[in-house]
Design a protein around this ligand. Structure first.
Ligand code: NDP
Ligand code: 8X3
Length: 259
């Protein structure tokens, strides 16, 4: 059966790794054409070539740091002058930086998280939403987290950024009410990606330990849920999804083999 999003244009932020990469691959399999944004051009180019050759999708890439408001606006305007507004925007770019207690934390880490996860998401949304509203169609999917519902020691600022994403998803939906635009939140629990490697500054052993003995979600699992959300009929908004691996009960309850 043809997916509803076949032929649509979908933009993904943070498409060079993990969940964003998997969503890009999945949307191309659903027949969408892609615009992929991230900071690492080599990864984007490699992914674009692979997706285009395996699915026949039209794939454009652009190096965009979502923290850079001017760059986001310039690239969004350039894209829209050529293609019009994307049908789909996936606000996925994000990170955790460190796991320090509030009283010990490095302020630069706070800035990276808040600038990327909150302000970056807002910059991208603000750049595309007016054209989507003018066209009376569009779908924005914000990748939040279970960390936007529950907090843990050392996670307060990352969690705060994801609580903010939750508020922005709900609030944006109110703001577009009465238009043909939908805003959905997909909120995963633990997913095995480069997330922990980034969080712990490249410490591979510490990152590996996060996933040891448990069975976390894989990025493709989240992409499957995003595909479900995107392919809902236009009169339905799957507004808010929490998706956990069966090994995770809450942010504090993770079953580990032998545990
Ligand atoms: P990865 O580290 O594997 O991927 C993160 C992606 O975000 C990369 O493509 C990275 O690309 C991009 N990115 C980071 N900063 C920027 C920036 N300033 N501008 C543009 N792109 C940026 O992590 P995940 O795939 O796990 O994370 C994706 C999203 O999912 C994040 O929002 C994260 O908070 C969320 N999430 C992750 C969970 C997990 O357990 N892994 C659970 C719940 C939510 P590049 O470095 O090339 O710019
Ligand atoms: C990432 C999930 O639990 O590592 O959003 O904070 S967690």
């Amino acid at each position: 059966m043809t997916a509803r999003i076949a032929g649509q244009l979908a933009l993904v932020t943070g498409a060079s790794a993990g969940i964003g990469e998997a969503i890009a691959r999945r949307m191309a399999r659903d027949g969408a054409n892609l615009v992929l944004w991230a900071r690492r051009s080599d990864r984007l180019a490699q992914l674009a070539e692979e997706i285009a050759s395996t699915t026949g999708a039209n794939v454009q890439t652009c190096v965009v740091d979502v923290r850079d408001h001017e760059a986001v606006v310039a690239e969004a305007d350039r894209l829209m002058a050529v293609t019009g507004a994307p049908d789909i925007v996936i606000n996925n770019a994000g990170l955790a930086a460190g796991m320090a207690l509030v009283q010990d934390a490095d302020v630069d880490d706070w800035n990276r998280m808040i600038d990327t996860n909150v302000k970056g998401l807002l910059f991208v949304t603000r750049a595309f939403l007016p054209a989507m509203i003018a066209r009376d169609s569009g779908h924005v999917v914000n990748i939040g987290s279970i960390a936007g519902r529950q907090v843990y020691p050392g996670g307060s600022v990352y969690c705060a950024s994801k609580y903010a994403v939750q508020a922005l998803t709900e609030g944006s939906n109110l703001d577009v009410l009465g238009t043909g635009v939908r805003v959905s939140g997909v909120n995963p629990g633990m997913v095995e990606t480069e997330f922990s490697l980034v969080r712990f500054g490249g410490d591979a052993a510490r990152a590996r330990a996060v996933y040891e003995g448990t069975h976390p979600l894989q990025p493709e699992d989240v992409a499957e849920v995003v595909s479900f959300v995107l392919n809902a009929p236009p009169h339905i908004n799957v507004a808010d999804v929490i998706v956990l691996s069966n090994s995770q009960g809450s942010i504090h309850h993770i079953h580990r083999d032998g545990g």
